[in-house]
Ligand binder design. Structure first.
Ligand code: AMP
Length: 424
């Protein structure tokens, strides 16, 4: 399957070629024809699957196909996104893919002055990408009206729910024309999101990719049993390996992220933190430094890292294991973007063992235990490891945890579980 087969118009094909995309990703192949046909969509897909292009390309094409005549552009598309970073990336994607169409996209989000955003809205735009809070603000002040919206995209609906934005989202939806095309994307489909989908979508086509399986399959994972107090020493030990070129380190809390950055700094390891307490400019700076390679270690909390699109993250390290197993999948998905391979290490202290069990149940993989490191917790080689983790084969066991030990996570049982099945 090629992009041409999806009946995309030449200006879009040219932009896609310039991005170096050869073939559509599965979500693109599935979604694009339906969006072009004007259908409502419920898409079960996470970031990293090529989801943005899956909606941006056909939306651009629909706008081109039915142009509004002359003058200032009219706001015809609204995309709601939970975080500023993701909103910015979506806006960049619309402008990149749409660069030969003459269509315009702008982004608005909170945490920064509203005046430049108001001015941008007043100059006119075809597409508006927004976080819910700032959008409602500008609507209440009378700067934005949604009565001309033809296509509405709700992205990362489950995260909207997690972040407590669902009421804001409902209020936005109430202000939309009822005659519209609606696309809803969510990595997971909890009941609340299904209910919302039932309310706001009309005869939706369901498109689903199982990135959890493909992503997880492509990532070489291991766990390190370590005592809480030894985690930092273990991290510094691992970071001596220069194969770890660009690493995203996850902590559970913002405070933990800041503390870790300070500690790494004392050990002359260049690190920066990205989390919700940082100013917008500090977050952008940290991200830019990480993207350019100036910063090798980016320490992040789950929400800040959600949807981060940084190419070539060689490693993800779960300094703290998440208590929600879904988060593990999202986190390690930051490495192995769009086809690349990645490596994920997880530090597991005594209290986090129960989280590990939940994660392994969800991903249907036993993550191999790395024992060959100086900070192994006593339980590493004990009954626990024996009971819960069959020892890895000897030759693999003794390899250092570097870029060359490309071990695959092993599956429990004898196959038959190749497809990750969320409902199962
Ligand atoms: P997304 O899931 O939209 O965040 O996309 C993840 C990454 O995949 C982005 O860096 C995109 O630029 C990239 N991407 C999207 N579609 C394709 C494609 N068909 N081929 C290669 N890369 C792609």
């Amino acid at each position: 399957m090629q992009f041409q087969d999806l009946k995309l118009i030449e200006p879009l094909l040219r932009a896609v070629r310039a991005e170096g995309y050869d073939t559509p990703t599965p979500i693109q192949a599935q979604a694009i024809p339906h969006v072009l046909a004007g259908k409502d969509i419920v898409g079960c897909a996470q970031t990293g699957t090529g989801k943005t292009a899956a909606f941006a390309l056909p939306i651009l094409q629909r706008l081109v196909a039915a142009p509004r005549s002359g003058g200032r552009p009219v706001m015809r598309v609204l995309v709601l996104s939970p975080t500023r970073e993701l909103a910015t990336q979506i806006n960049d994607s619309f402008n990149t893919y749409g660069r030969h169409t003459g269509l315009k996209s702008i982004v608005i989000f909170g945490g920064v002055g509203q005046q430049p955003q108001v001015q941008a809205v007043q100059r006119g735009t075809d597409i508006l990408v927004a976080t819910p809070g700032r959008l409602l603000d500008l609507m209440q002040q009378g700067y934005i009206r949604l009565n001309t919206i033809e296509i509405f995209v709700l992205d990362e609906a489950d995260r909207m729910l997690d972040m407590g934005f669902i009421h804001d989202v409902r209020r936005v939806i109430n202000a939309l024309p009822s005659k519209r095309q609606t696309l809803l994307f969510s990595a997971t489909m909890p009941q609340d999101i299904q209910d919302l989908a039932n309310r706001i979508l009309i005869n939706p086509v369901r498109v689903e990719v199982t990135p959890q399986a493909t992503t997880v399959e492509k990532i070489v994972q291991s766990v390190f049993f370590v005592e809480k107090k030894d985690k930092r020493a273990l991290l510094e030990h691992l970071l001596r390996d220069q194969a770890i070129r660009r690493v995203l380190v996850f902590t559970r809390t913002k405070h933990g992220a800041n503390k870790l950055v300070q500690q790494l700094d004392q050990s002359a390891i260049q690190a920066e933190a990205i989390h919700g307490n940082k100013s917008q400019s500090a977050r952008e700076r940290a991200l830019a430094n990480f993207k350019s390679g100036k910063t090798r270690v980016l320490v992040a909390t789950d929400i800040a890292a959600r949807g981060l699109d940084v190419e070539d993250v060689t490693h993800v390290i779960n300094y703290d294991l998440p208590n929600e197993p879904e988060s593990y999948v999202h986190r390690i998905g930051r490495t192995a973007r769009a086809g690349a391979e990645g490596i994920a290490y997880s530090f597991v202290d005594t209290e986090e063992r129960k989280y590990l069990q939940d994660i392994e149940k969800l991903i249907r993989l036993r993550v191999p235990v790395e024992t060959d490191h100086p900070h192994a917790a006593p339980l590493n080689t004990s009954a626990y490891a024996a009971k819960h983790h069959a020892p890895p084969p000897k030759n693999e066991h003794s390899r250092p945890p570097d870029g060359n030990s490309r071990r695959r996570s092993r599956r429990p049982g004898q196959g038959g579980e190749r497809r990750f099945n969320r409902q199962g």
